[in-house]
Design a protein around this ligand. Sequence first.
Ligand code: NAD
Ligand code: IPM
Ligand code: MN
Length: 357
Amino acid sequence: MKTYKIAVIAGDGIGPEVLAEGIKVLNCVAALDGKIAFAFEYFPWSCQYYLKHGKMMDDDGMERLAAFDAIYLGAVGYPGVPDHISLWGLLLTIRKGFDQYVNLRPIQLLEGAHCPIKGIERQQVDMMVVRENSEGEYAGAGDWLFKGKPEEVVLQTGVFSRKGTERIIRYAYELARKTGRTLTNISKANALNYSMVFWDSVFEEVGRDYPDVKTYSYLVDAASMFFIRDPQRFQIVVTSNLFGDILTDLGAAIAGGMGLAAGANINPERRYPSMFEPIHGSAPDIAGKGVANPLAAIWSVSQMLDHFDQAEWGKVVLQAIEKVLVQGNCLTPDMGGTAKTDAVGDAVVAMITQLKR
Ligand code: NAD
Ligand code: IPM
Ligand code: MN
């Protein structure tokens, strides 16, 4: 029996609601498989925790998390605690501290999911965004000088190291080669005359090792337009931290909505645990009502299974999500249904069981 140790950080708002359904799915997989098990440990770190203890996680938090095979995270951030405090105190600390420098975000229109663009076929929205996840615009470097004075100055410095830029671009080339897909670089070298000129030159340099990979390059503004106008241009996409953040919400909108968009924060060297999460936030507007869509959190379970080299199961979970979408009678309100969060989780579990029978 192989037991995977999973640290669960449900976090804020709808985080706990959607993670409960992902955990149901993992338990179902374990029961059907018989040879794998999941041991969950729950961490209460959240904005509520902050309001009580003055910190988003315990001082030895990272040491304790390091012992797990993976982290399953819901959402962090809630009114009452400034977002930069809650996010830098937990989510971003983990991504950086565990060198999860690859953020893998599938933008894939599943059968049965609604695309708001007229005339778009399912096959036309099928990309994998490889977002740089450790530095760039989110390096957290800067200063706030003369605060509150008329001469106030704020600096937010983008940090693009050679190591950081090379490794993410190489990862994307490898993925493109392995999957036989095209690779598109999205940057902004016309205006960002240091960081993105450097980024593009590294893209070209690393590309010399991959003559077999067909590449394209876009400026991020034009790329956003083409995400909507002609998404089939994009297969594997590599981009910086900030651009990847924005483009994947946009991507979510054309691939069924925020309720369906998943992401994996990967430390490819496996020195540290990787972290799996829906890409949406805590959704304060619908929290506590039991109507949040759990499918993004469940899709991230599928990514976790892939990461555990249980790709067969990863595929089954994704297929089950797709079949629940196609069936269409058990969906949350964001997808036009009336079902509750836990009913959708139950429907996925039933579908997995049926698929494996
Ligand atoms: P959000 O993603 O929480 O919500 C945006 C919109 O999408 C809302 O209308 C919400 O109801 C809807 N939505 C999101 N997930 C949904 C789901 N599963 N089912 C149905 N509808 C869903 O973004 P926001 O409102 O900008 O941010 C809210 C808080 O979450 C902020 O504190 C923000 O910093 C934080 N945040 C955290 C993460 C994370 O932990 N990974 C990601 C994004 C935002
Ligand atoms: C995401 C989120 C985070 C990010 C925030 C909450 C810091 O928007 O995971 O997409 O920008 O990375
Ligand atoms: Mn985001």
